[in-house]
Write a protein that binds this ligand. Structure first.
Ligand SMILES: Nc1ncnc2c1ncn2[C@@H]1O[C@H](COP(=O)(O)OP(=O)(O)OP(=O)(O)O)[C@@H](O)[C@H]1O
Ligand SMILES: [Mg+2]
Length: 441
C-alpha cells in the first residue's frame, strides 16, 4: 500500500506532495492533467516496474521522463506487507543511464497490487510470485517481474519472452473453472453477481459453447436478461469491462493463494487496486455501484484471499483503492461511504499561475450528480447545453439595464420557450420577473 508520494519535475504537475487515504482515493481532473500518469507512477512505486517495460505490447504506462533540463525525483512511503512498517524510497532520473536510480537491492513488499488500465490492459504484482528472493542474505532477482497484460492477453492468455505460459486468460480459465465447479468458479460467480447493480438480473455464466466449427475452444457464455446465452466474445463493451475486471480479481487472488501455498507462507494482508477511468463503458446503473462493490468484493468474506492449507489466514485484508474518474455519478455514488479518516479526494487543476497543481479537496456532500458537475471536480458553469447556456446569459443581460427593450424581451421569451424545457428553473424565474415588472403581458 502506498502512504505518500512526492514528485518533482515529472509529469504535468511540477510538484506533487500527497498523502493517500488508507482505503479509497479518488482522482479527478481535466483531460491530460496527469491522472493516468499518476496511476502509472503509483504502480511503479509499488512494483518498481513500468508497465510498458514489462510488456512491450502496451501503448501506455511508459517510463516517466522528467521535464527537459530538470532533475526529476520520485519519492514515496509504502506500508509494507509483512510488518506494517512504513518504508521510504527516493530515486532520481539519471540521463546518462536513461533510468531512475535509487538505493540498490530488494524493493519493499507492499502486498498484492492490481492495476486496471483505462484501455483494458491489466498489471498485477504478486508478492508471492514477483518478489525477489533472499538467499543467504543476498537478493536474487530471478522471478517474473510482474504480470502485465495487453487487452487481448487478459482474454487469450499471457506468455513470457521464452514462450512460458504465465496465465491462461479469461476464456480458458473460466471454461476450466466452470468444468471443475471448484472454488474459483464459485468466486467468479459471486464476484459477477456482487458487482451487478441491485434490482437488475445479475450477470451469471451460461453453458459453455463453440462459436465456430474451426475454433476448438469452449467459450464461456453469460445469461442475458432476454433469455439467451451470449458467448463472452460477443458481449458488449461495458459487460466485457466487468468480465475482465472480475476475472483479473479472481485470477490474481487465486494465483496468489496457490503460490503462497507452494511457498508455505501466509497470503498477503494488503491489496492495492489501481483503476483508471473506473466508469469506462459503464451505464449509469453500474457506475452507481462499482466502487462500493469493489471495496466489498476485495475486503469481505467469502471473497477474501483463501487460506493456505498450512498457515492461518491473516484477516481481515486491508484494501486500498486508487481510482481516476471523469464521472459525476461516481462522485455522487461514494457520498454514503466516504470517511475522511480513511478516504481522500485529489483533484488536478490549473492554478492561478496557469500551472497544473494537485489539490487535496475536502469531500463535501453535493447530493447528486448534477451538483458534482458544477463542483471543483468538473468545473462546469452549467450542466445545460452550450446553446442554452448562451441563451440564458443573453436573456439575463436584457434585464440588467433600468429600462429594458420590451420588444427584445418578448422575442427572447419566444426563443426561450422554444429552446428550453417548460419545467426549466431559469425560464420560470425569468418569466416571473418579466411579468411582475410588466414586460410580458
Ligand atoms: N512517460 C511519461 N513521462 C513524462 N510525462 C508523461 C508521461 N506520460 C504522460 N506524461 C504527461 O502526462 C500527460 C498526459 O497525462 P494523462 O494521460 O495522465 O492525463 P489524464 O489526466 O489521464 O487525461 P485523460 O482524462 O484524457 O485520460 C502528457 O501530456 C504528459 O505531459
Ligand atoms: Mg487518463
Amino acid at each position: 500500500m502506498i502512504k505518500s508520494l512526492k514528485l518533482k519535475n515529472v509529469g504535468p504537475a511540477k510538484n506533487i506532495d500527497i498523502t493517500f487515504g488508507e482505503r479509497l482515493n479518488i482522482i479527478t481532473g481535466d483531460n491530460g492533467l496527469g491522472k493516468s500518469f499518476l496511476l502509472d507512477i503509483i504502480w511503479y512505486a509499488l512494483s518498481r516496474r513500468w508497465p510498458a517495460e514489462v510488456n512491450k505490447k502496451l501503448n501506455s504506462g511508459y517510463m516517466a521522463q522528467p521535464l527537459s533540463g530538470e532533475r526529476g525525483t520520485i519519492s514515496f512511503d509504502l506500508i509494507t506487507d509483512n510488518n506494517k512498517k512504513i518504508e521510504d524510497y527516493s530515486c532520481s532520473f539519471d540521463r546518462k543511464k536513461w533510468s531512475w536510480i535509487g538505493k540498490a537491492g530488494r524493493p519493499y513488499n507492499p502486498g498484492l497490487v492490481i492495476y486496471a488500465h483505462a484501455d483494458g490492459s491489466f498489471s498485477v504484482w504478486d508478492p508471492a510470485k514477483n518478489y525477489w528472493e533472499k538467499r543467504d542474505n543476498v537478493d536474487i532477482q530471478e522471478r517474473q517481474p510482474a504480470y502485465v497484460f495487453s487487452p487481448p492477453e487478459i482474454w487469450n492468455g499471457l506468455e513470457d519472452d521464452k514462450g512460458t505460459r504465465l496465465c491462461n486468460g479469461l476464456i480458458a480459465d473460466w471454461a476450466g473453472w466452470q468444468k471443475e465447479k471448484g472454488k474459483e468458479y464459485q468466486t467468479l460467480c459471486n464476484t459477477l453477481s456482487h458487482i451487478s447493480p441491485p434490482g437488475e438480473t445479475p450477470i451469471s455464466p451460461g453453458e459453455l459453447t463453440r462459436i465456430s466449427i474451426d475454433d476448438a475452444r469452449d467459450i464461456p457464455t453469460i445469461k442475458m436478461p432476454y433469455g439467451e446465452d451470449i458467448p463472452v466474445l460477443f458481449a458488449s463493451s461495458g459487460i466485457r469491462r466487468i468480465l475482465a475486471l472480475s476475472y483479473a480479481l479472481v485470477w490474481s487472488l487465486s494465483e496468489h493463494a496457490k503460490a503462497s501455498k507452494l511457498l508455505a507462507q501466509d497470503t498477503t494482508s494488503r491489496i492495492t487496486f489501481l483503476i483508471d477511468e473506473v466508469e469506462a463503458h459503464l451505464h449509469p446503473k453500474w457506475q452507481r455501484q462499482i466502487i462500493s462493490s469493489l471495496i466489498d468484493i476485495m475486503s469481505n468474506e467469502p471473497y477474501q484471499i483463501s487460506k493456505t492449507s498450512k498457515v492461518a489466514r491473516r484477516s481481515p485484508v486491508d484494501v486500498q483503492i486508487i481510482a481516476a474518474t471523469h464521472s459525476p455519478l461516481i462522485m455522487a455514488s461514494i457520498e454514503p461511504l466516504f470517511e475522511p479518516e480513511k478516504d481522500a479526494w485529489f483533484d488536478l487543476d490549473i492554478n492561478e499561475e496557469h500551472a497544473v497543481e494537485m489539490f487535496k479537496r475536502d469531500f463535501e456532500l453535493k447530493g447528486d450528480a448534477e451538483n458534482w458537475l458544477t463542483s471543483k471536480a468538473f468545473d462546469l458553469k452549467s450542466t445545460r447545453s452550450m446553446e442554452s447556456e448562451k441563451l440564458i446569459e443573453e436573456a439575463a443581460t436584457l434585464l440588467d439595464v433600468p429600462n429594458p427593450d420590451v420588444k427584445k424581451i418578448k422575442e427572447k421569451y419566444d426563443t426561450l420557450c422554444q429552446k428550453l424545457s417548460p419545467k426549466d428553473d431559469f425560464l420560470f424565474r425569468w418569466r416571473f420577473i418579466c411579468e411582475k415588472k410588466g414586460y410580458l403581458k
